[in-house]
Design a protein around this ligand. Structure first.
Ligand SMILES: [Zn+2]
Length: 278
């Protein structure tokens, strides 16, 4: 039988999912509170552990011409939280590679083989895994240790007020959690570290306090925090940054808001019914 393969290179599969990321309709500038205007929408591919997707991402700017965010390209936070700048692969792919290397001490060929077995749609080569590991090492090394670098980076954007988000990624149940602190407007990762503990006291001691002293050294001030509904994170932020605005991630926040509303709704329904019967 003739060899069915026409080329030695396998054709890569195309995206299986499409998704779009938009700013909330009434979202305002985190620096000056003005409303935002739509700049443009771009499309890109993102490959994460789950699938390969084609995303459309909305970019906005601040309407206030005197604000540094006027010329900035603001992307939705939910989008920022899952990407690695200038990489086609999602942050969860990086987290898993990092975990296999740093916690499980696997070699690059082992990591490559295991990942392709578990997630065939990743379709990357061994060399790529190595590049991603180098990138990851650099991020971990750089994060939280270099005030001069951060100060130069943000002054090049003429930005001295930071809006931070914190998120915990757990590549595999029961293993260490990778915490990532990111500046929302620039997308810059300020801190990433693995932690075995997720209680408020540990988060405070291992992430928030060292980060706070770093940012003080860099003369950068924090004007807001965004986090998911995880109680330990809110508690830790509240104690280290008691006077800084704290906001739950919109998606998580709305989900949490819905629960009591649904209850009230049922109560109103009951009362109404009672009154109508009378
Ligand atoms: Zn503004």
């Amino acid at each position: 039988m003739k060899n069915m393969r026409t080329s030695q290179y396998r054709k890569k599969q195309s995206a299986t999912v499409t998704d779009s990321y938009k700013h909330k309709k009434d979202s305002v500038c985190s620096l000056c509170g003005s409303s935002l205007f739509a700049k443009y929408t771009f499309t890109r591919h993102l490959i994460n552990l789950e699938n390969k997707s084609k995303l459309s991402v909305q970019v906005r700017g601040c309407k206030n011409v005197d604000c540094t965010n006027h010329t900035a390209r603001l992307k939705p936070v939910v989008y920022q939280n899952q990407i690695v700048p200038e990489s086609a692969y999602g942050i969860d792919v990086y987290a898993l590679i990092g975990h296999l290397r740093m916690s499980d001490r696997k070699t690059i060929p082992e990591i490559h083989r295991e990942m392709l077995e578990a997630y065939p749609h990743l379709e990357f080569g061994e060399r790529h895994v190595e590049n991603m590991l180098n990138h990851l090492n650099l991020c971990i090394e750089q994060s939280g240790k270099n005030a001069d670098y951060l100060s130069a980076y943000f002054s090049s954007r003429s930005q001295d007020k930071l809006l931070l988000s914190i998120d915990g990624v757990q590549p595999e149940q029961g293993h260490q959690i990778l915490y990532i602190v990111r500046e929302v407007q620039s997308g810059k990762i300020l801190w990433s570290s693995y932690s075995r503990y997720s209680d408020a006291a540990s988060l405070e001691k291992t992430i928030l306090l060292p980060l706070q002293s770093l940012l003080e050294k860099a003369k950068l001030s924090v004007v807001g925090w965004v986090a998911d509904k995880e109680l330990a994170i809110s508690k830790a932020i509240g104690s280290v940054y008691p006077n800084v605005a704290f906001q739950h991630c919109q998606t998580h926040f709305l989900a949490a808001m819905k629960a009591p509303l649904a209850n009230d709704d049922t109560e109103i329904g009951k009362t109404l019914k009672k009154n109508l019967v009378r």
